[in-house]
Design a protein around this ligand. Structure first.
Ligand SMILES: C[S@@+](CC[C@H](N)C(=O)[O-])C[C@H]1O[C@@H](n2cnc3c(N)ncnc32)[C@H](O)[C@@H]1O
Length: 277
């Protein structure tokens, strides 16, 4: 399949799936490869035949939607986020969470678990000693069952760990025959299969990481709906982390950039109640 043909097909199909072509431009080859395999398994000659197939079989749009998942992730992605979480955000969340004894976190679109385990490890090694009375509960969701099975297995190729600082790597993993397994101490993550368009954990959360999912791959109308639902699951004063090239929709008035950080937004704290004096 020629790249130009697949590009034209994606530019036609993605908006119909309420997805964004701009987000897919750089990663289109992965999706094109899957579409080529799908054509082969359906016995279709080319993309024109596939368009006709889609026109007569509504259920095929679901198949095509599933081919559009991008599984790319890695441990400690965007290190600036973790620097800001350590220096400003997690200490503030820990102070607010102290009476409840735990920070509630959600990795939305967690792929194979890299982000959720990074957070567990990072908290245990770098933050927990400073906040001994506070725990971190992590829920991680994704729509893709295969990625979640990998997440639960917790075994990774060395390339996934390239950006992880050495102290976290030594503390967090056991290496066996070239595969790195997340240590049992850091596995207390609840993985759930949920499509964000249909279901989300109720929360409320102190910290939500929704990076390189909604704000990259979906069309603006869906972004607004989903990000409003996600922001609504944050506790007042809670933090939303987005991807390096992402910005929440301007309509989300309950969020403001977390001062001194990039990629992190804060849900406005509830205004103090009048003192009654
Ligand atoms: C590019 S990965 C990003 C992983 C991780 N958040 C990160 O930044 O490294 C996108 C992930 O979002 C998931 N995803 C995409 N759309 C989704 C949806 N509607 N519901 C749940 N998960 C979704 C994909 O299956 C994939 O695992």
């Amino acid at each position: 399949m020629r790249d130009s043909d697949c590009t034209a097909f994606l530019q036609w199909a993605l908006p119909r799936l309420k997805r964004s072509w701009t987000g897919y431009r750089k990663v289109r080859r992965l999706v094109c490869k899957r579409i080529a395999q799908r054509l082969k398994s359906l016995g279709l000659a080319d993309l024109d035949a596939y368009r006709r197939h889609l026109a007569t079989r509504a259920e095929e749009w679901r198949e095509l939607d599933a081919l559009c998942g991008i599984p790319i992730s890695r441990f400690y992605r965007d290190r600036g986020v973790f620097d800001a979480l350590a220096s400003m955000v997690l200490p503030a969340l820990a102070a607010a969470a102290a009476p409840r004894a735990a920070i509630d976190a959600w990795s939305a679109g967690c792929a194979s678990g890299e982000e959720a385990y990074t957070l567990a490890l990072f908290w245990a090694v770098r933050l927990q000693p400073r906040f001994p009375g506070v725990g971190l509960r992590i829920i991680a969701t994704d729509g893709d069952a295969e990625l979640l099975a990998r997440a639960r297995a917790g075994r990774y190729a060395p390339s996934s760990l390239k950006e992880l600082p050495q102290d976290l790597r030594s503390a967090g993993f056991e290496e066996r025959e070239g595969t790195w397994r997340v240590g049992d101490r850091f596995r207390d993550v609840e993985f759930l299969q949920q499509d964000l368009r249909e279901r989300m954990p109720e929360g409320p959360f102190d910290l939500v990481l929704c990076r390189n999912v909604v704000l990259t791959y979906y069309a603006p109308a869906i972004q607004e709906t989903l990000m409003a639902r996600i922001a609504g699951r944050l506790r007042p004063g809670g933090a939303l982390v987005v991807g390096a090239h992402e910005v929440p929709p301007p309509g989300l008035r309950e969020l403001a950039a977390w001062p001194g950080t990039r990629m992190i937004y804060r849900r406005h704290p509830v205004p103090a109640a009048p003192s009654g004096d």
